[in-house]
Write a protein that binds this ligand. Structure first.
Ligand code: PLP
Length: 290
């Protein structure tokens, strides 16, 4: 990523996500990572959560037209180079996001609109973090909206970054080892994502042997890439998934390849896990505040 300098416009990213009032995850995590990466963060708020470090007690979805309007208004003015989605709350919001992104040229997944006239359409890369629930199990997506996430938003994604619970909900694959991690990546690409990243951070020691490493698997339907990092043992890992996806999005603003962007994201989130801090009575956040 370029070194910031006074008066020079930094790279630009757009996050379409939910607010975490506790400041640990969601938009707040995305903006921390983007700011600390020297990337200007544009924000389309999709939902407001009522949340502290002990859990989410409620959320209020933003009207779909307002979510769409934020995206459209931002890209009409600001040359956004990469985008990500996080918490998108419900089917109507997902539909508004998908229609708007297709219209303004965000998202190059296999399910994005075919280019007309045979000309390849250059799209802004889209990272979809398919947020379904908080680490405490509190729902962040209306349960009946899972199909919209799977059938509408994932096919628009240049990259989808589910955790193991989200993989199970989206594909039915229960990831317990490296083989099922591969099955899950295949299933996600079959859903229409250009690339799928199946993180292994929550995999227990298993047939692969006792794991001191966390290995994430990246797949595009043809090639496999593995990213290993030391497993960081901390209870303060709130916002880890958001931070990984946000760091990958930052790298994509520079035109980096997907494997290079994921390598950057993996390194970034590992460092953020090492810099996480206790906060409140629950789980503190991962942190780029070094
Ligand atoms: N709150 C919001 C707004 C989020 O977007 C997310 C995750 O993406 C969470 C909470 C949950 O984060 P965690 O899984 O770290 O609890």
């Amino acid at each position: 990523l370029p070194v910031p300098s006074p008066g020079r416009t930094p790279p630009r990213a757009l996050t379409i996500a939910g607010s975490d009032s506790g400041g640990g995850a969601g938009i707040q995590a995305d903006m921390r990572t983007m700011a600390m990466s020297g990337v200007h963060a544009c924000v389309a708020v999709a939902a407001v959560t009522v949340q502290n470090t002990t859990g989410v007690t409620g959320f209020h979805p933003v009207p779909p037209g307002i979510v769409a309007g934020q995206i459209r208004t931002v890209v009409q003015d600001i040359d956004v180079q990469a985008a990500k989605t996080g918490m998108v709350a419900e089917a109507q919001i997902i539909e508004a996001i998908v229609e708007t992104c297709i219209d303004v040229g965000i998202g190059g997944g296999r399910g994005s609109a075919e280019p007309s006239g045979g000309e390849a359409r250059r799209t802004v890369p889209l990272v979809v973090d398919p947020v379904c629930a908080s680490m405490h199990g509190d729902p962040l997506l209306e349960p009946h909206s899972l199909a919209a996430l799977r059938d509408r938003l994932v096919p628009l994604a240049d990259l989808v970054t589910p955790n193991l619970d989200e993989v199970r909900l989206l594909t039915g694959v229960d990831v317990t080892d490296r083989a099922t991690q591969r099955d899950a990546a295949r299933a996600l690409v079959d859903l229409g994502a250009r690339w799928a990243l199946v993180t292994g951070g929550h995999l227990r020691a298993d047939a692969d042997g006792p794991t001191a490493e966390s290995t994430d698997l990246l797949y595009d339907g043809a090639d496999w890439f593995e990213f290993s990092g030391p497993r960081v043992h901390t209870g303060d890992d709130h916002g880890g998934g958001d931070t990984l996806a946000a760091a990958i999005t930052c790298a994509l603003t520079t035109g980096a390849t997907m494997p290079d962007s994921v390598a950057h994201g993996k390194e970034w989130v590992t460092r953020c896990l090492n810099w996480s801090y206790p906060l409140g009575a629950g789980h503190g956040p991962v942190s780029p505040l070094w």
